[in-house]
Design a protein around this ligand. Sequence first.
Ligand code: CTP
Ligand code: MG
Length: 238
Amino acid sequence: PAVAAVLPAGGSGERMGVPTPKQFCPILERPLISYTLQALERVCWIKDIVVAVTGENMEAMKRIIQKYQHQRISLVEAGVTRHRSIFNGLKALAEDQPDSKLSKPEVVIIHDAVRPFVEEDVLLKVVTAAKEHGAAGAIRPLVSTVISPSADGCLDHSLERARHRASEMPQAFLFDVIYEAYQQCSDYDLEFGTECLQLALKYGHINAKLVEGSPDLWKVTYKRDLYAAESIIKERIS
Ligand code: CTP
Ligand code: MG
């Protein structure tokens, strides 16, 4: 069965606090997104990789694809929110345009461009589980306890850490389920919704299977994460 991947890469990386969006920041002289693309390309059963980038960065992205000889990549315009970027990627896969080399997959993987250390085993696990349940996502044990503050900035309640998990990426979905969910969902969902899994559940009448992922699935967010990513890459090369 055909599997495709959609990579949202249209953010500006505000929390990183540098002018270059983090997906284009160099690690050992190579842009971060190039490592993520390489990790997905290594997986021969992923047929198409659709990357959502802003118009402003489209040319830079094309140069990266050429320079590092990335394969099976199609580019689409990012949206103003992550969900809108993902939706644009799904649209490109859904629409049977005569001039498009893309075809609708049975299962789609959604993965952030800024999580370069995704490996084949977790991709296979989420895809296999998505085929069975409709949706699946990688999770991790919580590092910090999650608390809910009240309006006046005091503690309202805390969640029991051992009973909760952090939702990470990759996630995978039956294509028709997630595409239908994105078509149904409100502007509010597209602006403020954080979780593709939650959207799929809300509109898709399916189950979302949770799959334990490795600690290296974390998302490059702050500047220090670039240093952490660099040391992981060095460790893997040596
Ligand atoms: N993303 C996207 N389109 C947007 C916003 C985010 O495709 N409009 C992508 C980012 O490029 C990233 C992924 O979604 O690959 C995860 O988002 P996040 O870590 O929040 O990245 P940024 O939004 O760029 O960072 P920040 O929130 O710090 O500004
Ligand atoms: Mg963001």
